[in-house]
Design a protein around this ligand. Sequence first.
Ligand code: GTP
Length: 205
Amino acid sequence: MPQCKVSAVLLAGGEAKRMGRINKGFQPLNGAVLAEHVLSSLKHQTSDIYISANSYADEYALRFPFPVFPDIRYDFLGPLAGIETVLTRAPNIEWLFCCPVDTPYIPDNLVPSLLNNAITLGRTAAYPCHNGKAEPLHCLLHSSVLPELTAYLDAEKRSVFRFLNSVDAVEVPIETEDDSFINLNTIEELRQAEMKQTSKDSIEN
Ligand SMILES: Nc1nc2c(ncn2[C@@H]2O[C@H](COP(=O)(O)OP(=O)(O)OP(=O)(O)O)[C@@H](O)[C@H]2O)c(=O)[nH]1
């Protein structure tokens, strides 16, 4: 298989309405903030990292050593707008793995699995399916999809899943722990995740 470069975008440009519009990625969970959990996994799986942020772009730029891009259209058109921005502004992207800031437990072999499947099948996009549920926000895209993505957003379409199907993305079954794609949208969900991890730690020790 040819050597491929995979970049990552941390998607942190949403409004976080269900969390009261606070800076979701900076909320603590088990000794690190959400963004740190995701970034540490991305560092092992990708060659360079970009951050897609809007309201809290300055905070991200101060805290993390990665380029931060606010959406180029206007804020809050959804995650595809952040992905379009990074594909447009970041230099030399070949493949881009997209990852929401609120999924702190992504599996360590996720990016290689998506890439292997996309390349083997000659596709320009891939996304995981876990426990029978598609996870389109954790997609891998080849940079060549940018014109289709721009046309899709110009047509005022927003669904990530439908976009992936329109570019014939491959769905990749991922067998891993149940919590791997857990998505924390409220303060209550964050608290529950913290409690679950604490009780898991005390059972293991
Ligand atoms: N760049 C960018 N990212 C977005 C946008 N909307 C959502 N995201 C990101 O996409 C991921 C999934 O977003 P959602 O959970 O649907 O939205 P959210 O803003 O995080 O939360 P809610 O407002 O409560 O729905 C999160 O990582 C968001 O930060 C957007 O307009 N631009």
